[in-house]
Write a protein that binds this ligand. Structure first.
Ligand code: KIV
Ligand code: ZN
Length: 403
């Protein structure tokens, strides 16, 4: 992989870290369906699972490698702890992939070294060197992650990354494993790595982050400004605890605000070239598929893919949007594959929106009839949260056509 990509690489871990959230377990066929949709979405890398974790995970990685890992398809990746058996199993599962990647990791924070690994820093350095080289003996494309990098001593982090790159890692991923950092801190970690790790230009800097403080997407955007070129994310932001950075939010932030981010990628400010390879029109469909198969509901006010993300309820907003969408919309719903902005009619809706919806439903009412229908609509809206098209038809039929 080119260490100086001209786009942001999207690494999707819905099928690995995303599936790690309670209740989201997927069977092999479901994983395959999602992997095919992720390929249509245009993700660059699919982390298909943790091959050593279970026979089901092995089979999922293997079948995705076989079916989706074609030469012009995405890179297929398996996670592996920095231990021989994990790496060997990942390599075996990935064999059918045209572009296989092994992603190996070991923790680097003092908390993890002391309580989880019970190892010294020099032992972690030695394991990193040995296991990255071992992974490299199976595949060219090796990613290394110092787990809990967000809480690791920066000087030790630089040393571990130097060793990993020297042993053959082509991507170094910086995880904020517990979602602890703030955007300014995370950006500074990436800047420090760029400035202090020898040979960092030989590898792509990736970021991985959890949403414990709701900051994962903001942290990643700050990381991009400081040199990160791969973003690890999940559909709908599902994942361990509060989840991972949400793919749809990152991609649309980079799309809507591309003029802001262009200079950080060395592009002219006004360049319209996309910053990722994602086909944004596939976003909504992918979100629905993942939600339906995992059973993880998407909150209505979720950015980009929530039911209310393009809905306008208040009369003032509806009126503005009907006059010109730019008044209250920063992106077109069609960009993510939705047909229209969904104006939800409720008690705050105005006459203009009400009349426009009736027109869409085929009712062309005279002024007086529209007024009568609108009064009845407000009475109904006081009792119901949302007024459906069925309600509207009933209102028109009762109030107007029988008059
Ligand atoms: O959150 C994390 O640190 C991880 C690593 C395995 C990359 O998921
Ligand atoms: Zn994670």
């Amino acid at each position: 992989m080119n260490p100086k990509p001209d786009r942001i690489i999207i690494f999707d871990t819905t099928l690995r870290d995303g599936e790690q959230c309670p209740g989201a377990t997927l069977n092999v066929d479901e994983k395959l369906l999602i992997a095919k949709q992720l390929a249509r979405l245009g993700v660059d890398i699919i982390e298909a699972g943790f091959a050593v974790a279970s026979p089901g995970d092995f089979e999922a990685v293997n079948r995705i490698a076989q079916t989706v890992g074609t030469p012009d398809g995405p890179t297929i990746c398996s996670l592996a702890r920095a231990v021989q058996k994990d790496i060997q199993t990942a390599a075996e599962a990935l064999k059918p992939a045209a572009k296989p990647r092994i992603h190996t990791f070991i923790a680097t924070s003092d908390i993890h070294l002391k309580y989880k690994l019970k190892k010294t820093r020099s032992e972690v350095l030695a394991i990193t060197e040995e296991m990255v080289a071992y992974a490299k003996s199976f595949v060219d494309d090796v990613e290394f992650s110092p787990e809990d990098a967000g809480r690791s001593d920066p000087e030790f982090l630089y040393q571990v990354l130097e060793v990993a790159i020297a042993a053959g890692a082509t991507t170094v991923n910086i995880p904020d494993t517990v979602g602890y950092t703030t955007p300014a801190e995370f950006g500074a970690i990436i800047k420090g790595i760029k400035e202090n790790v020898p040979n960092i230009d030989k590898a792509i800097i990736s970021v991985h982050g959890h949403n414990d403080l709701g900051l994962a997407v903001a942290n990643f955007l700050e990381a991009v400004k400081n040199g990160a070129r791969q973003l690890e994310c999940t559909i709908n932001g599902i994942g361990e605890r509060a989840g991972n950075a949400a793919l749809e939010e990152l991609v649309m932030a980079l799309h809507v605000r591309r003029q802001y981010y262009n200079p950080y990628l060395g592009r002219p400010v006004d360049s319209e070239a996309p910053l990722t390879n994602i086909d944004t029109q596939q976003i909504y469909k992918t979100s629905r598929l993942v939600s339906n198969l995992t059973g993880m509901l998407v909150q209505p006010n979720k950015a980009i893919v929530g039911a209310n993300a393009f809905a306008h309820e208040s009369g003032i907003h509806q009126d503005g949007v009907l006059k010109n969408k730019l008044t209250y919309e920063i992106m077109d719903a069609q960009l993510i594959g939705l047909n229209n902005n969904q104006i939800v009619l409720g008690k705050h809706s105005g006459r203009h929106a009400f009349g426009a919806r009736l027109k869409e439903l085929g009712f062309e009412l005279a002024e007086g009839d529209l007024n009568k229908a609108f009064i009845r609509f407000k009475e109904v809206a006081d009792k119901k949260k949302e007024i459906s098209d069925w309600d509207l038809e009933a209102i028109v039929n009762d109030e107007i056509q029988q008059a």
